[in-house]
Design a protein around this ligand. Structure first.
Ligand code: ADP
Length: 180
């Protein structure tokens, strides 16, 4: 009997997408038939890129790397409502370390309690275990070399974003954020 295709959504801020996210995505596409990268539109404190810019960068990567079965869009509101709208079978989340587990565990339990949807976790490669969008924004604002941690197109966007700022302006804008 043919099995039903499994569709996963990968929700997050992706401000910006990093090689850690992409590592999780490349592992996930071996497990799921369809993967929708879902960029949250909810205003986060001190966001660097607009949802449209974040989606555009991810679209470029999907195209360049010819990722089959992967798409990207932005969404508003509750992840579980978006998952239901997309008829997603699972929510995908990435794990870097034990520190991520506590928060992700609560989130997954809540999503299952309110909407009955399962969350699947994929652990990133050790080399990206310390990579976060927050740190990327901070290091980029200070002009650091990030070429191993983010894709080329994201690196270029970050350089454009910070080239007109002085380092202290950049770090003020990019810093003092929590999460991702
Ligand atoms: P959110 O604000 O929802 O945490 P993020 O864009 O920061 O959005 O992260 C989206 C997902 O990707 C989360 O599950 C997060 O734990 C995971 N993630 C973030 N950075 C990495 C990384 N370096 N390796 C693996 N997973 C990651």
């Amino acid at each position: 009997m043919r099995r039903k295709p499994v569709r996963a959504i990968f929700p997050g801020s992706f401000d910006p997408i990093t090689n850690g996210h992409l590592d999780v995505i490349s592992r996930a596409i071996k497990l799921f038939d369809e993967l929708v990268i879902a960029v949250g539109r909810s205003p986060v404190k001190n966001q660097l890129f607009t949802p449209e810019e974040r989606v555009q960068m991810i679209e470029e990567i999907i195209r360049q790397r010819r990722m089959k079965g992967v798409s990207v869009e932005s969404f508003d509101g509750l992840t579980v409502e978006y998952a239901a709208k997309k008829k997603a079978d699972v929510i995908l989340r990435g794990l870097r370390s034990l520190t991520d587990v506590q928060y992700e565990f609560q989130l997954a339990m809540t999503n299952r309690a309110v909407a009955g949807i399962e969350t699947v976790f994929i652990m990133t490669s050790e080399q990206y275990g310390f990579t976060s969008s927050t740190l990327i924004r901070e290091v980029a604002s200070l002009g650091g070399n990030l070429s191993n941690l983010i894709p080329e197109n994201v690196y270029e966007r970050l350089q454009q974003r910070f080239k007109k700022r002085t380092p202290s302006e950049g770090s003020r804008k990019a810093g003092s954020q929590t999460g991702g």
